[in-house]
Write a protein that binds this ligand. Structure first.
Ligand SMILES: [Zn+2]
Length: 205
């Protein structure tokens, strides 16, 4: 084995040995709203903070909406804030059956395939063509991306060692950003299928 080869191998072993475990955030169904849509659903209100989320600056609001589809309704769907430049509704596959809509599995922010769902509050009702099932992803800092030897948009395999339902997720998108902290986001269907609890940790394999 030549020197160059050996160096590469040592680097790979070090990466493998120092890779931190990744906390899991289970995302329940939620909505993001742009100001204009917020004002239609909650006239003369300000966004009220309920609790901070793990990603810095992100929080759950006191406000909730009801999702209305052709087959059913889902009440008490939480608004996540701060408000964004576009409105987006994130549901699970199970929710899509309840509502009777064929929502695509898309990366958050990609609404090219998004379907319509109606948001309802006491004050108003608003159809939004922005409903998706969020593709599972890992938030991480740019420093984490170096440690894991991955870059933005990479698809990785992640192993979760849960009681009775040890699972490997494929197609997990890497999302490095300087403001992000390390956390994999999956939805409630994915978490339940693998018996994941809020304290479960996982690792990239
Ligand atoms: Zn996320």
């Amino acid at each position: 084995m030549d020197r160059q080869h050996l160096k590469q191998l040592v680097k790979e072993v070090i990466i493998e040995m120092t890779k931190p475990e990744i906390p899991i955030g289970i995302s329940n169904r939620h909505v993001h709203l742009k100001q204009e849509d917020f004002d239609k659903l909650f006239p003369d209100e300000a966004v009220k903070k309920k609790k901070d989320l793990k990603q810095p600056g992100e929080y759950a609001a006191e406000q909730t909406v009801t999702l209305v589809g052709p087959k059913g309704e889902i009440p008490n769907v939480r608004l996540l804030a701060p408000l964004r430049s576009f409105s987006q509704v994130e549901i699970s596959k199970t929710d899509s059956f309840t509502l009777g809509i064929d929502a695509p599995i898309s990366l958050s922010g990609d609404l090219s395939q998004a379907v319509e769902v109606t948001l309802k509050t006491k004050e108003g009702s608003l159809p939004i063509k922005g409903c998706i099932i969020a593709k599972r992803h890992i938030h991480m800092s740019e420093q984490d991306a170096e440690i894991f030897n991955v870059k933005k948009g990479d698809l990785v395999k992640v192993e979760v060692d849960t009681p009775q339902r040890k699972t490997i997720y494929e197609d997990v998108v890497v999302r490095p950003h300087k403001a992000f902290v390390l956390e994999m986001h999956i939805d409630t269907d994915e978490a339940n299928a693998a018996n994941v609890s809020p304290s479960t940790k996982c690792r990239i394999i």
